[in-house]
Design a protein around this ligand. Structure first.
Ligand SMILES: Nc1ncnc2c1ncn2[C@@H]1O[C@H](COP(=O)(O)OP(=O)(O)O)[C@@H](O)[C@H]1O
Ligand SMILES: [Mg+2]
Length: 448
C-alpha cells in the first residue's frame, strides 16, 4: 500500500519526468529511469549557477551530453563552449593547449597561442577524462579555478579569465587520489556539484527503449523495409546482460544486427548469443560468458573476427564477380561494369576502421542483404566516421595491407593466441580446420 508520502514523491517524480521531456527531445536522449532523470534534473538546476560540475560514469553511459545541456541552459549560452578530451592531448602540449603560449616559448612555437582558457572567456569548458591530466597541469588548473588567473607557457604575465568548468571522468578518481595521480584539492574544487550517470545495466526498461530508438534510426537511414525487434525472451536477456560498453555498445550492437540479420527481423536469445550477449547469472546484473576477459579483450577479439569474416565475404564477392565477368566474356578481372561497381570491396583500411562487436557464428552478408544494398556498400556506409573509442582502429587504419596480407595476419594472430593449436585457431577464425591447413600452406606458415 502506498503511503501519502510516497504518493507525493511519485507525483513529484512524474512532474520532473514531464519537465525533462523537451530537453530529452532536443538532445536525442532516450530513457526514463530515475537515475537518468535525476542526473538531467541536477544538470538543469545547476546550469544557471557558475558552480563546477563533476560528472562520473563508466565509458559509454552518455556523459558528453550533460556539459552541453549545462552550457546551453546557462547565462553563458551565447558565449563559447569547448569540449576537450584531456586524455587525447599529449602531455608535452597540454599546458599550451589549455593555457596558451607565447611566441618562441618552445621549439616550434612560431606564433602566440591563446589556449582554451583564454578563448572560452565568458563561456564554458568541458574537460573530459580529467583524471588523465598530468600533475603539473593540475596545479595550473587549480589556480585558474580558484581565482581565474593563469599564465601562458613561456610568459610571466598573469592573465584573467572567467570560465565555467565542467569535468568528467570514467576512472575511479578516489583511486587516482589515493595513488597520488590526482590532486585532492583539485578534486574538491571540481566537484562542487557531482553528477553520476548510471550504467546501462541499471536502467531497466530504458535498455529496450534505447534498442528501439537505435533500430528505428538505422532502419530509416538505410531505408530498410522493417526494423529489427526483440522477442520477449530476448528482451529479458538484454535486461539482464552486463553491458560493459554501456549505451555505446548497445548502439553498435543494434546497428550490426540491423544490417546482418537477413532471414528474420526478430531478435531471439540465440541470435544474441551469436553476439556474445548472455543473460547474467549473478547479482551484478549479468556476466559475459567468458568472464575472465576484460571489455577490451572482448571487443578486440570480436573486431578481429569481424575483420576476418568481412575479408572472407569480400573474397567471395571478388570470386563471384570474376566468375560472372568471365561468363560475360571478359578475360581479366580488372574491368568492372558500372552496375557491379557497388560490389567492389572498399579499402582494407575501411574494413579495419569499422568498430566493435560482431557475431561469432553468423556470416556477414555477402551478396544482397535484407534491404537490397550490396553488403560491401552497407558495411562501408555504416561506419562513415571514426567510431567512438575504438582503441584498436588505429592499428588497422595505419596499415594499408592487401586482403591477403590482412588474412595472413589474422591467421598468424589466431595461431599465436592458440599457441599453435590449429583446431582452436580454426574455431576462433570460424573456418574449418581443413581451410586453415590450406591457408597455412598457402601463406607458408607451417612452422607456427
Ligand atoms: N540516453 C541516451 N539516449 C540516446 N543516446 C544516448 C544516450 N546516452 C548515450 N547515448 C549515445 O551513446 C553514445 C555514447 O555516449 P557518450 O556521451 O559518448 O558516452 P561517454 O562520454 O559517457 O563515454 C553516444 O553515441 C550517445 O549519443
Ligand atoms: Mg566520452
Amino acid at each position: 500500500m502506498l503511503t501519502s508520502a510516497t504518493r507525493a514523491n511519485e507525483a513529484d517524480m512524474d512532474m520532473d519526468a514531464k519537465e525533462l521531456q523537451p530537453i530529452k527531445l532536443r538532445y536525442g536522449i532516450v530513457g526514463n529511469c530515475d537515475a537518468l532523470n535525476y542526473a538531467l534534473d541536477v544538470a538543469l538546476q545547476v546550469a544557471r549557477t557558475d558552480l563546477s560540475v563533476f560528472i562520473t560514469g563508466e565509458s559509454g553511459v552518455g556523459k558528453e551530453v550533460l556539459p552541453r545541456i549545462i552550457h546551453d541552459n546557462s547565462l553563458r549560452h551565447s558565449r563559447k563552449y569547448f569540449a576537450i578530451n584531456c586524455g587525447s592531448i599529449p602531455e608535452g602540449t597540454i599546458d599550451s593547449e589549455l593555457f596558451g603560449h607565447e611566441k618562441g616559448a618552445f621549439t616550434g612555437a612560431i606564433g602566440e597561442h591563446e589556449g582554451y582558457f583564454g578563448a572560452a572567456d565568458g563561456g564554458t569548458l568541458f574537460l573530459d577524462e580529467v583524471g588523465e591530466l598530468p600533475m603539473s597541469t593540475q596545479a595550473r588548473l587549480l589556480r585558474v579555478l580558484e581565482n581565474g588567473e593563469y599564465i601562458r607557457v613561456g610568459s610571466s604575465e598573469v592573465r584573467k579569465t572567467n570560465v565555467r568548468v565542467v569535468a568528467a571522468t570514467n576512472v575511479n578518481i578516489q583511486n587516482a587520489i589515493r595513488d597520488g595521480r590526482f590532486r585532492e584539492d583539485l578534486f574538491y574544487r571540481l566537484n562542487s556539484i557531482p553528477i553520476k550517470m548510471p550504467p546501462l545495466r541499471q536502467r531497466g526498461d530504458d535498455i529496450l527503449l534505447l534498442f528501439k530508438k537505435f533500430a528505428m534510426e538505422i532502419a530509416a537511414k538505410y531505408q530498410m523495409p522493417e526494423r529489427i525487434s526483440l522477442s520477449p525472451e530476448a528482451e529479458e536477456v538484454m535486461k539482464r546482460y552486463k553491458w560493459p560498453g554501456n549505451i555505446r555498445q548497445l548502439k553498435n550492437l543494434t546497428e550490426q544486427m540491423s544490417i546482418l540479420m537477413r532471414d528474420t527481423r526478430i531478435v531471439t536469445p540465440a541470435i544474441l548469443a551469436d553476439y556474445e550477449i548472455w543473460p547474467g547469472n549473478d547479482d551484478t546484473g549479468g556476466l559475459v560468458r567468458v568472464s575472465h576477459r576484460t571489455a577490451d579483450d572482448h571487443s578486440y577479439a570480436q573486431e578481429r573476427e569481424m575483420l576476418f569474416q568481412m575479408i572472407t565475404a569480400l573474397h567471395n564477392e571478388i570470386n563471384d564477380l570474376r566468375q560472372r565477368m568471365s561468363q560475360q566474356g571478359h578475360t581479366t578481372a580488372t574491368h568492372i561494369d558500372a552496375k557491379d561497381a557497388d560490389a567492389v570491396p572498399m579499402d582494407a583500411a575501411d574494413v579495419g576502421a569499422a568498430p566493435m562487436a560482431m557475431p561469432t557464428s553468423q556470416t556477414v552478408a555477402t551478396q544482397h542483404s535484407a534491404f537490397s544494398v550490396p553488403a560491401s556498400q552497407v558495411i562501408a556506409n555504416t561506419y562513415p566516421t571514426q567510431p567512438d573509442n575504438t582503441p584498436y582502429a588505429e592499428e588497422y587504419v595505419e596499415e594499408t595491407l592487401s586482403i591477403e596480407d590482412q588474412e595472413k595476419r589474422l591467421i598468424i594472430k589466431a595461431l599465436e593466441r592458440s599457441r599453435g593449436r590449429r583446431k582452436k585457431a580454426a574455431d576462433e577464425l570460424h573456418i574449418s580446420e581443413r581451410t586453415l591447413y590450406r591457408k597455412i600452406k598457402e601463406y607458408g606458415l607451417e612452422d607456427m
